[in-house]
Design a protein around this ligand. Structure first.
Ligand code: 9Z3
Length: 359
């Protein structure tokens, strides 16, 4: 089949060509070794393993990276879901954007208050948790300690889309022996476009016309993906190959696969979710809108059709990372706000059980 040419003259990168043309990240061996031990441990105990991806991937514009393009995601969906998967007795591999929210510590980081605001000095001079946070922190701490005791949570960081893709392939390959007991819950916001290694400049792109020659040394080299044109920076990105298809068909053909679809236009959400389900033929697409993602999501699956999951009005959290009752929107201080992931994850786990029963 003739490949479709791109404006830069290059053929689109296929899934297989991608790994030949874009270098393996330095951390891959360590990631693989940690994941192998973790998966073997839980496979021996017949525990289900969920790979939860979380946070946004970056696209560096330079090899020695000063500038990069980022994807929106704080990591709330992934970190919160990971906690509920652990509560549902899954072991969780948490593949996350470095420095985005993490399970358990999310309750105290990126919140409106600094972690020091949770602390106080006792009359005897010891630093202790403030009385008003004791109950909440103790509950989080107990769940965190249980996860550690059971070796049930593996944290693996990525930054770039290239690291993410290499990691995803390696983890899917390692999880394949789990068969139907493996679950992929792909909440990370993954770049749709990238700079292929072959067209990435080495050094910082110079904004001054007087220095633009600095990156254009080799006349035989491929056209750089980012370069100055007069006073403008022109960026020409390649599409990221559709890895969900390869994941479903080749890397993890027996596992349950859940993807997320992010839109901003409500009129498009259902249609795009159905389109993704049809195109990739996996198990479930969870559609969400940027502005309402914390209290409503749309489940689209072959088995169950379309189904909205909503946090009831009055139980919505203004900020899921804030522990302060007075920071909650619409919920009285006596009504605990509901995190939508506490509704999503049990539904997903139920679908997963049905799939395991069928397999
Ligand atoms: C999502 O849709 C996630 O739910 C969010 C979570 C990124 C909205 P936060 O971390 O946000 O709680 O701040 N993730 C998937 C986004 C994505 O890249 N989807 C691709 C697409 O929409 C398909 S895999 O095309």
């Amino acid at each position: 089949m003739a490949s479709q040419e791109q404006p830069n003259g290059a053929a689109p990168t296929s899934e297989t060509d991608y790994f030949a043309g874009n270098p393996e990240p330095a951390s891959l061996d360590q990631t693989t070794s940690l994941a192998r031990d973790f998966i073997n441990y839980h496979a021996a105990n017949k525990r289900r393993v969920a790979l939860v991806t979380s946070g946004g991937t970056t696209v560096p514009l330079e090899n020695q990276t000063v500038r990069f393009i980022d994807n929106f995601s704080a990591g709330t969906r992934g970190a919160t879901s990971a906690e509920y998967f652990l509560e549902s007795d899954y072991a969780v591999i948490f593949l996350h954007r470095q420095f985005s929210l993490l399970p358990y510590s999310r309750h105290y980081s990126h919140s409106t208050n600094c972690f020091l605001d949770f602390m106080t000095t006792s009359p005897s001079g010891e630093v202790v948790v403030d009385a008003s946070y004791q109950a909440q922190m103790s509950a989080v701490l107990q769940r965190y300690e249980k996860a550690k005791r059971e070796n049930a949570l593996l944290l693996l960081p990525f930054t770039t889309v290239n690291e993410y893709l290499w990691d995803l392939r390696a983890l899917a390959t390692l999880m394949r022996p789990l068969g139907a007991d493996g679950l992929f819950y792909l909440a990370a916001a993954v770049s749709d476009f990238f700079v292929p290694a072959q067209r990435m400049v080495e050094h910082k792109i110079q904004s001054s016309e007087d220095f633009t020659h600095a990156n254009g040394g080799d006349p035989g080299a491929a056209k750089p993906a980012a370069q100055m044109d007069g006073k403008s920076l022109v960026i020409d990105l390649d599409p990221v190959p559709k890895f969900l298809k390869t994941l479903v068909d080749a890397w993890a053909p027996r596992s349950m696969i859940v993807s997320f679809k992010l839109e901003t236009d409500p009129a498009l959400l259902a249609e795009k979710a159905h389109y993704a389900l049809k195109k990739y033929a996996h198990h479930l697409v969870i559609g969400n809108l940027l502005n309402t993602r914390k209290y409503e999501v749309l489940f689209v699956s072959a088995a169950g059709g379309e189904k909205w999951i909503r946090v009831p009005a009055g139980r919505r959290a203004k900020s899921v990372t804030s522990p302060r009752p007075e920071d909650q929107d619409g919920a009285s201080s006596r009504e605990t706000p509901v995190e939508i992931e506490s509704l999503i994850v049990p539904e997903v786990a139920k679908m997963h059980s049905e799939l395991i029963a069928k397999s």
